[in-house]
Design a protein around this ligand. Structure first.
Ligand code: C2E
Ligand code: MG
Ligand code: MG
Ligand code: MG
Length: 285
């Protein structure tokens, strides 16, 4: 892309300032358009959740799901969270969207568990740093979602990223303590991709580590990733935490992870994120 821009600029000779400015304007206006579409989309209920099944590696049993947000934009179709979540975070819209996802997820897991004879399922919901900002009352929002759907706190896991913890604010710590005291578990998403300061693991109420897909996808052939995964499992297990591997695509990867001592896994090998109806079907099959 940059190369193309450069050769285009060269082709236009010295007068390349004119080349860049219309492009920047186009980018900015595209962003503004997307932002207003997202705002409208939230109001018009174009958001939905897909649920990716999560399995116990030792017993092969379904243990829960991760809720993943989707935006079904009438003209564009399904927009990836990779493009609309950052926009939602920048604009602050994520706070409303996140509260909606909490309600929707608690409702889903409560409905699954009401009809379930086997062990109750647990649902994992992704949180953004902005939801922890003071004034947004994350703890109240979570409590509200549990109450509204009669969802037990132990059916809910909240996924956060390392960067949130390393920002190290007292408000974040207090929110996490309050959520943990309610019986909700906290997971570190994409573990191993952030910074290497591990001290927070002993200071904060974190119960689950999710091993990032970038390590899992290199198993078992990349020796360095294989050793890194073993080290993460070892840290997690010695701190009495649950380990979840993300992005498991092959039986070999699952086998390696199981032997390494990882408890749970999700990934295309076990199932893609599913619409509610398809997940319901999986449960009744
Ligand atoms: P994440 O939380 O790390 O979610 C895992 C991502 O990996 C999902 O992408 C999932 O569809 C994908 N995935 C799962 N298994 C496999 C696999 O076997 N192979 C490959 N190649 N990919 C796999 P998705 O749904 O596109 O979501 C991307 C990211 O967007 C999420 O990463 C999360 O950070 C964010 N996100 C999604 N939903 C929400 C939400 O409700 N709130 C917030 N704050 N962020 C969300
Ligand atoms: Mg996640
Ligand atoms: Mg993840
Ligand atoms: Mg990831």
């Amino acid at each position: 892309h940059a190369d193309a821009a450069l050769s285009h600029a060269k082709a236009r000779g010295r007068n390349n300032v004119q080349f860049y400015s219309p492009q920047l304007t186009a980018q900015a206006s595209h962003r503004l358009m997307l932002e207003s579409e997202l705002r409208r989309g939230v109001e018009r209920q174009e958001l939905l959740l897909h649920y990716q099944p999560k399995f116990d590696l030792a017993t092969q049993k379904l243990v829960g799901a991760e809720a993943l947000m989707r935006w079904c934009q009438p003209q564009r179709g399904m927009v990836s969270p990779m493009s609309f979540i950052p926009l939602a975070e920048e604009t602050g819209l994520i706070v409303r969207m996140g509260t909606w996802a909490l309600h929707e997820s608690c409702h889903a897991v409560a409905s699954w568990n009401r009809e379930r004879a086997a062990d109750p399922l647990k649902i994992a919901v992704n949180l953004s740093a902005r939801q922890f900002a003071e004034g947004h009352n994350l703890v109240e929002a979570v409590q509200g979602a549990l109450t509204a759907s009669a969802c037990k706190p132990e059916w809910l896991e909240l996924e956060i990223t390392e960067s949130l913890l390393l920002d190290g604010s007292e408000g974040v710590r207090q929110s996490l303590e309050a959520l943990a005291a309610m019986g909700i578990t906290i997971a570190i998403d994409d573990f191993g991709t952030g910074y290497s300061a591990l001290g927070y693991l002993t200071r904060l109420p974190v119960q689950t580590l999710k091993i990032d897909r970038s390590f899992v996808s290199e198993l078992p052939h990349n020796g360095k990733s294989a050793e890194l995964v073993k080290a993460i499992v070892s840290v997690g297990r010695s701190l009495n935490m649950a380990l979840v591997a993300e992005g498991v695509e092959t039986a070999e990867q699952a086998e390696y992870l199981k032997n390494a001592g990882c408890h749970l896994a999700q990934g295309y090998l076990f199932g893609r994120p599913l619409e509610m109806a398809a997940f319901d079907k999986l449960l009744s099959s």
